[in-house]
Design a protein around this ligand. Structure first.
Ligand code: XLS
Ligand code: NI
Ligand code: NI
Length: 446
């Protein structure tokens, strides 16, 4: 195993369980080969490391410069030399962390050139190199995506831009990155509409922008089929930031949009935990919505900070919060092409190179532990049983009649009067259910 950038971590991180020593870089729960509900833990969680926050970002914020120890980001290097060094660092990290997947944007991996053709050549060279590294290490691509939000040309959006030339530029980038993802045998392709939204309604036509966005997504879906890419296309909801309002606000908004434009069979959602909370929901809500409506695709694992409202993208660390969401995922049959991508950022003071290991290991163990709780929740059956009981009346003649459309409003009303219906309210048993879930969280062995 190559050691060049992470020399303080000479060995791959391994599962050590309870015997892991204090300060030892080891997994305490995540054990790739452990069987959970008939699948290996690794195949359940399908963990990916993201290229952007982990290898591209120097630890800068709007008030201050980069703080991280990242020699591959040092200025004054030839951009392609820097891209190669960054790729070496990334693959060294993937291999040492021992996780199966990674994700990247076009511009994470290769520098933009002076023209589309030059950018394309840069990316092709880096994708060739990535293919060789993937072959050598066995690391796979969970998803690729194009960055349609950083360059000033996208300040007013990409697909929703008032200028069709910007739309065409975005199309060129997505076409190329979709083909690169296909070439690397990616399992999914993601579109996050970072600037597909507005800053002010005073200059914005909402219907026109929605039509443009739908047109763009239709072109992407057509091209996917044309090139024979069999991965899943994913939209990543987010309510705002960087724009004041983003059209892909949450899962329900995305779902309605897909239905309206006849795209619901072409796209699923990539749910990010911190985007769920930004939209005023919980991650549990977004997952439950997507699973129940058949659009659940993949997850960007991270968390926000309840003290502020931002997309702080911290590493997940709450088993209490994640377990109910993992329960919905496994109840729904688990991931097919999706997985847990660590769209996570270290805090700016976590400057040391090996902090990247601590962040990922903690997050992965949290997910692994939540998966074990979810498995126990399935075996326990209390939650499922409570839901069954709650809706049991819909199996009665009245319930079936209503739902199959056998009654109109007037006949239903007449029946309610004639039968002197006087239904009694029933307890929702919320506290009891919360206690049951806690019981399972507290008693599930690792
Ligand atoms: C930003 C998004 C972004 C997408 C990929 O908030 O999470 O990182 O996952 O473009
Ligand atoms: Ni994300
Ligand atoms: Ni985010």
């Amino acid at each position: 195993m190559m050691t060049q950038f992470f020399d303080t971590v000479p060995e791959p991180v391994a599962f050590a369980g309870r015997s892991a020593g204090l300060g030892q870089l080891a997994y305490r729960v995540y054990n790739p080969d452990r069987q959970v509900l008939g699948r290996r833990m690794e195949d359940h969680l399908r963990i990916a490391v993201c290229y952007w926050h982990s290898f591209n970002w120097p630890g800068s914020d709007i008030f201050g410069h980069g703080t991280f120890d990242r020699p591959w980001l040092a200025p004054d290097q030839d951009p392609m030399d820097a891209a190669r060094a960054k790729q070496d660092a990334a693959f060294e990290f993937f291999e040492k962390l021992g996780t199966p997947f990674f994700c990247f944007h076009d511009v994470d991996m290769a520098p933009e050139g002076g023209s589309l053709a030059e950018s394309r050549a840069n990316l092709d060279a880096m994708v060739d190199r990535a293919a060789a590294k993937m072959e050598a290490t066995g690391v796979r691509l969970l998803w690729g995506t194009a960055n349609l939000f950083s360059h000033p040309r996208y300040a007013a959006g990409a697909a929703t831009n008032p200028d069709p030339e910007v739309f065409a530029h975005a199309a060129a980038q997505v076409r190329h990155m979709l083909e690169a993802t296909h070439r690397l045998d990616g399992a999914n392709y993601v579109l996050w509409g970072g600037r597909e939204g507005y800053e002010t309604l005073l200059n914005t036509r909402l219907r026109q922008e929605a039509d443009q966005l739908a047109r763009f997504l239709t072109l992407v879906a057509e091209h996917k089929h044309k090139i024979g890419f069999t991965g899943t296309l994913l939209l990543e909801p987010k309510p705002q930031e960087p724009t004041k309002h983003q059209y892909d606000y949450d899962c329900a908004a995305v779902h309605g949009f897909l239905e309206r434009y006849g795209l619901v069979d072409e796209f699923k959602v990539n749910i990010e935990v911190n985007h769920a909370t930004l939209s005023g929901h919980s991650f549990h809500h977004e997952v439950a919505y997507a699973v129940d409506n058949g659009i659940f695709g993949s997850v960007d694992a991270n968390r926000g900070d309840p003290q502020n409202g931002w997309d702080t993208d911290q590493f997940p660390n709450s088993v209490d919060e994640l377990s109910p969401a993992l329960y919905e995922i496994v109840r729904g049959g688990g991931f097919s092409t999706g997985g847990f991508n660590f769209d996570t950022k270290l805090r700016r003071q976590s400057m040391a190179r090996d902090d990247l290991f601590w962040g990922h290991i903690g997050g992965i163990d949290t997910l692994a532990r939540s998966l074990l709780v979810a498995e126990a929740m399935v075996a326990d059956g209390t939650v499922e049983h409570a839901r069954e009981q709650r809706y049991a009346q819909w199996g009665s003649d009245l319930g079936v009649d209503i739902m199959k459309g056998g009654v109109d409003l007037a006949s239903l009303a007449d029946k309610a009067v004639a039968d002197r219906l006087s239904p009694l309210p029933v307890s929702g048993r919320q506290e009891r259910l919360e206690n049951e879930v806690n019981r399972i969280i507290w008693t599930t062995p690792s």
